[in-house]
Ligand binder design. Structure first.
Ligand code: MRU
Length: 339
């Protein structure tokens, strides 16, 4: 199934619980906004484009759960749900984008039932568009990959991070579909291991060759010529920086030093046209993510911890940004991304 979907029978959101992978594949149902927010915060659903769809479905869920008897009251309830959902994760721009898009769509409806059905339809449309956009991105991005390439990726920018197909891994999938032999080196992505748990899992499902390395090994493998290209997703792109999973910046510096391309792959919904590096809030996560590995304590109980979820890669380290509107090379003029 898709990473996230709407269940028409129960009017609930169903999603693959990514915290359980690769040990267990389980689909869970979110019946309340509280359950949905918990799923977002604990990364049961994660990845920028998937969060865009989640935001949209969140407003649809709030609409069907509402007992409001007039449009004004429903609007107020949806605005409050929007605030709650957006506050769960501050860095990925897509979450707020999905929430706002569906909220705006409901404001064009003529009656209460119309608001509810519009919310569901628009959220479903975001999900469908996400798949189509990723396929388009894949088409453009595949042209940058050559037969025999080995690409290094960080975190999970695959189908699990989107509704389906993927951004960075979508480019790999499209290149493989064209008949190219592509190998992937997946960085484990400490502390929550989206690379080792999710990227390896989904590539192995598709029989795409993948080798797992620890994050700290990227310098070694790039220096020894084992990597042709680095390809990553993004959570937010401002005029001067690309925000992605913590550790991405380090790979970009190493790629630049060794003169290999560093590609960023993202839909236009990930762009923050008003922001700049300093304006973006970087999500700080729970210290126990570093003190514990699952249930296993791996650091002193009271050790000071700094646990930012994302870092910023300056544009001068980026060789190209691949979107559904094409491949953009430096100098990056964000306006050109929208055609
Ligand atoms: O904290 P996460 O797992 O939501 O972080 C995800 C990433 O950093 C991805 O690389 C990014 O969202 C791009 S997904 C296509």
């Amino acid at each position: 199934m898709r990473t996230i979907d709407w269940n028409d029978e129960s009017n609930t959101i169903q999603l693959i619980d990514q915290t359980l992978l690769p040990r267990e594949y389980r689909v869970i149902e979110c019946k309340t906004i509280e359950a949905l927010c918990e799923a977002i915060k604990s990364l049961r659903v994660r990845g920028a484009p998937a969060l865009g769809a989640t935001g949209g479905y969140g407003i649809a869920l709030a609409a069907v759960l509402s007992k409001a008897v007039n449009m004004d009251d429903l609007t107020k309830e949806l605005q409050s749900a929007a605030k709650t959902i957006k506050s769960t994760r501050p860095t990925a721009v897509n979450l707020g984008w999905g929430v706002d898009r569906v909220l705006k769509a409901t404001s064009d409806a003529y009656d209460l039932e119309g608001m509810k059905s519009t919310a569901i339809e628009d959220a479903k449309q975001i999900a469908d568009e996400d798949v189509a956009i990723n396929k388009k991105i894949g088409e453009y991005g595949a042209k940058l990959l050559e037969d025999g390439d080995t690409v290094l990726t960080h975190c999970n920018a695959g189908k699990l991070a989107c509704v389906d197909w993927g951004t960075a891994l979508g480019v790999v999938r499209s290149a493989v579909e064209e008949g190219k032999n592509i190998k992937v080196v997946a960085c484990e992505t400490r502390p929550l291991n989206q690379g080792s748990r999710l990227t390896t899992w989904e590539l192995m499902q598709d029989n795409i060759p993948v080798t797992l390395i620890a994050d700290s090994m990227s310098g070694h493998v790039i220096r020894h010529g084992s990597i042709d290209k680095v390809i990553v997703g993004a959570d937010r792109i401002t005029e001067d920086a690309v925000f992605n999973k913590i550790g991405t910046y380090t790979h970009s510096v190493i790629a630049k030093e060794h003169e290999i391309p560093f590609y960023v792959v993202a839909p236009t919904s990930t762009f923050d046209f008003k922001g700049w590096e300093g304006s973006v809030e970087i999500e700080l996560r729970n210290s126990d993510e570093l003190r514990y590995f699952g249930d296993l304590q791996i650091a002193p109980e009271n050790v000071n911890v700094y646990n930012p979820a994302f870092d910023a890669t300056p544009m001068e380290n980026v060789s190209a940004i691949i979107t559904e509107n094409g491949v953009f090379k430096p100098p990056f003029l964000l306006d050109e991304v929208l055609i």
